[in-house]
Design a binder for this molecule. Sequence first.
Ligand SMILES: [Zn+2]
Length: 80
Amino acid sequence: MRETDESIPTPNADGLTKRERLHWHLTSALASAESPETKAHLRGALVEYRKLPPTPLVECPFCGKVGLPERIQAHECQRP
Ligand SMILES: [Zn+2]
């Protein structure tokens, strides 16, 4: 666990894409929200989140591994 600027603990950020972190923050906020209005906003945000276009997968030019751009950038390349 590491902390963000707002001192909110987040799951291992390195293992998650930006999109997964966004979803995590939204669902966590929804789980702890008490105001009905706040919950409505967070549910709205999750609906919009689901409408986001899918991230296109990319292929590593060296080893051929296919995945999300963030994953490919960070992968341990098995370059022959
Ligand atoms: Zn590679």
